[in-house]
Design a binder for this molecule. Structure first.
Ligand SMILES: Nc1ncnc2c1ncn2[C@@H]1O[C@H](COP(=O)(O)OP(=O)(O)OP(=O)(O)O)[C@@H](O)[C@H]1O
Length: 253
């Protein structure tokens, strides 16, 4: 088995001994966590385990008190601000969808594609054949081709989540962080979301935080269980869900 130091040379994201306290309370406690290129990873754990705080550290919203946070082996994320980190290729999907409701699905994706062009660039911008093809590809990935001309307001909750994932894909992130995507979704949408995230992870790494264990099982990937700010168990869903510590701290509650 590789030590965490050996794993570092091929990691996309590398956290080692990361700690952060809020008013003396250790939200992360010597957390170590590695994501490889092209990996889809699931994160589980009880409320207050530090899942959101970990995402905040990766995206530069929160600074760790101690520890190492590296992207692509050499980039020290603790020295970068949120905008720089987004620019480096780390996209984050928060729990609540934030699409432009009064715009069509297509226009939402076009806006997302244009985000980096600035006001001047956007004013004189004509949709290139390449951009059009990219939007069509994203629509297909997020299962919204048939709703492209629909106002986002008219989408179901699940479809809004998919649209927002599509908007993040327009930015071509190398790492996509997704927070509780299936909360509030129908069963069918939940099943489809697992398939969709597995497809997305063929071209980039994805870290998904979820409480829905059926969904986690459908993902069929390595699972990390956090508790009290550090890793409690890591491995297949069967391995993690039969760990007595995971049952005591999370599943059995
Ligand atoms: N900015 C902050 N200021 C003070 N305390 C914070 C802050 N951010 C997080 N915490 C605390 O740190 C702990 C870890 O919270 P965090 O939100 O990371 O857990 P979580 O695993 O995401 O939980 P949930 O499943 O409920 O979203 C909690 O006790 C929380 O109250």
């Amino acid at each position: 088995m590789n030590t965490i130091a050996e794993t570092r040379s091929k990691s996309l994201l590398y956290l080692e001994n990361v700690s952060v306290s809020f008013d003396g309370f250790k939200a992360l406690n010597s957390l170590s966590f590695v994501v490889e290129p092209g990996e889809l990873r699931a994160i589980i754990g009880p409320n207050g385990a530090g899942k959101t705080t970990m995402m905040d550290i990766i995206t530069g919203k929160t600074r760790p008190d101690t520890g190492t946070v590296l992207f692509e082996d050499t980039i020290d994320l603790t020295k970068k601000d949120e905008a720089d980190i987004a620019q480096l290729g780390i996209g984050r999907k928060f729990q609540k969808p934030t699409v432009f409701e009064s715009h069509t699905v297509w226009d939402n994706l076009e806006l997302a594609l244009n985000r980096d062009r600035g006001v001047f660039g956007t004013l004189f911008y004509r949709l290139s054949a390449e951009d059009k093809a990219r939007i069509e590809e994203i629509l297909d990935t997020v299962r919204l081709t048939h709703r492209a001309q629909e106002y986002a307001a008219n989408l179901s909750h699940g479809q809004k989540q998919w649209l927002e994932i599509g908007m993040l894909l327009a930015q071509e992130p190398k790492l996509l962080l997704v927070d509780e995507p299936v909360a509030g979704m129908t069963d069918a949408e939940t099943v489809e979301t697992a398939i969709l995230l597995r497809e997305i992870a063929k071209t980039r790494s994805v870290v998904v935080v979820e409480h829905d264990m059926g969904f986690i099982r459908d993902l069929g990937v390595k699972v990390t269980c956090l508790a009290e700010g550090s890793v409690l168990a890591e491995g297949s869903i069967d391995f993690v869900s039969s760990d007595p510590k995971v049952i005591e701290n999370y599943l059995g509650r």
